[in-house]
Each structure stands twice: as C-alpha cells, then as structure tokens.
Design a protein around this ligand. Structure first.
Ligand SMILES: [Zn+2]
Length: 92
C-alpha cells in the first residue's frame, strides 16, 4: 500500500477513520476517511457492501481512500509548482 502523504497545507500526518453503517437490511456502507484535524480537510471513500462487512472490505476502502487523498495532494502540489513557475516568469 502507498504511504499516506502529509497534509499539503500544514504538513501534519492526517488521521484515518472508518465507519460502517447498516444502510438497509441487505446493505452496509463503509466510509473510510483520511482527515487532517488541523485544517478540517477530508477525503472519504464509500463502499457499498451486501450482507456483512469483512475485514477485506475495510482494507479495500482504506487503500482507495489513501490513493484518493494522495492524488489530491499531488494535484495541489503541482498547482503550487505551476503558480511558482508563473510567478518566476513574471519576475524576469
Ligand atoms: Zn492540515
């Protein structure tokens, strides 16, 4: 599994949370969140599970949420790099 990236705003290691909710008689929702407590930003992945929740489902949700979080961090870092490049070009 990929390592969880730090928060792009404050540099803290985000927290991970998992909640399983029974949605109906034959459906559960697993929400796995990666959250920075300092900046109140969050990335959540929801998996719909039939019948019962297995540990493998929680692991799957965790991997998806961490990937989603890491992708967002990369996008933000790239934006920041672009902004810096633009600023540099204006300085010339
Ligand atoms: Zn943060």
């Amino acid at each position: 599994m990929d390592e969880l990236k730090r928060c792009p705003f404050c540099g803290m290691i985000p927290r991970t949370e998992v909640t399983a909710t029974r949605f109906s008689w034959d459906e559960y929702h697993i929400d796995f969140s990666v959250r920075c407590a300092t900046c109140s930003i969050r990335k959540t992945v929801r998996l719909k599970i039939a019948k019962s929740v297995e540990f493998s489902d929680v692991d799957k949700a965790k991997i998806l949420a961490i990937n989603a979080w890491n992708q967002s961090v990369n996008v933000m870092k790239n934006r920041e790099k672009l902004a810096q490049m633009r600023r540099k070009s204006f300085d010339l």
